[in-house]
Design a protein around this ligand. Structure first.
Ligand code: FPP
Length: 258
């Protein structure tokens, strides 16, 4: 069982003594090493499915399908990278504003993904975690998710999927729970976030050239490094993640100190 330690800024204030590639190692050798360079937790805002479809003159739904294939490539390529957790923004609490048929397409893809890839998760020791209020999804998806959570409970690496997730809502829920139990502090809020049992966020990636957080992991990003790329999500490969990790390796993280 991996011990994540406590998450949140209170912990992030301490000096980061995790192993880090030396500056001399350079981006290209870092990429070929396939290591996480000390990063334990990476999160991705998977953006650009629609633009990918438009660029290829294909229906939007195909962009989302290719987006799922990018997720699958990444999950399968994760083993040698040495990450403990990868968090993926699959459906935000604001995505309900999209047309009904697009929401239905995304939910259908979710069902299909769980059905087809759950055996791989179990076989490879990957634990599924959901952040966000997934219980409002259609009952059959909730049931499939809960079955997947049970089947993968003993996994040692985590794929956290954000579903009906909004970071402001998560923080408000956590603060309310903290208040019910006593003092509202950084630590008590952190302890009630959906991510409380995950390692601190090291690196946040967003694809498609957009440079904003869109209500994703706002609290958890307090000291995370950011990596933005113009690559559209369906074109994202494990090689791009390695590139992001190589960039992470070059950053000097001071957590507010000097
Ligand atoms: C953003 O692209 C992407 C989404 C809103 C959905 C992300 C979902 C997936 C990649 C598939 C489901 C994931 C799993 C884990 C099965 P966009 O549609 O906003 O693209 P655009 O900005 O180019 O229009």
């Amino acid at each position: 069982m991996i011990s994540w330690g406590k998450s949140g800024p209170a912990q992030a204030e301490v000096v980061d003594e995790r192993p880090r590639a030396s500056l001399e190692s350079g981006a290209s050798s870092a990429v070929s090493s396939g290591a996480s360079h000390g990063a334990r937790h990476v999160a991705i805002i998977m953006d650009g499915n629609g633009r990918w479809a438009k660029k290829h003159r294909l229906p939007r739904a195909v962009g989302h399908q290719r987006g799922v294939e990018a997720v699958r490539r990444l999950v399968r390529g994760l083993g040698p990278m040495g990450l403990d957790c990868l968090t993926l923004y699959a459906f935000s609490s604001e995505n309900w504003k999209r047309p009904e048929d697009e929401i239905a397409d995304l939910m259908a893809l979710m069902r299909k993904f769980i059905r087809s890839d759950l055996p791989d998760f179990v076989k490879n020791g990957v634990k599924l975690k959901i952040i966000g209020d997934y219980k409002v999804l259609e009952p059959d998806i909730v049931e499939m998710i809960e079955d997947a959570l049970r089947q993968t409970a003993n996994g040692t690496k985590t794929i956290a999927v954000a579903l009906n997730y909004g970071s402001q809502q998560e923080i408000a829920r956590a603060a309310a729970k903290a208040a019910e139990q006593g003092a509202v502090t950084v630590e008590s809020i952190s302890a009630h976030l959906d991510t409380a049992d995950l390692p601190p966020l090291d690196l946040l990636i967003r694809t498609s050239g957009e440079v904003r957080l869109s209500n994703f992991l706002l609290w958890q990003s307090a000291y995370a490094e950011m990596w933005f790329t113009d690559v559209l999500w369906p074109d994202f490969t494990p090689g791009h993640l390695e590139e992001a990790l190589a960039s992470f390796a070059m950053r000097e993280r001071r957590f507010g100190g000097r």
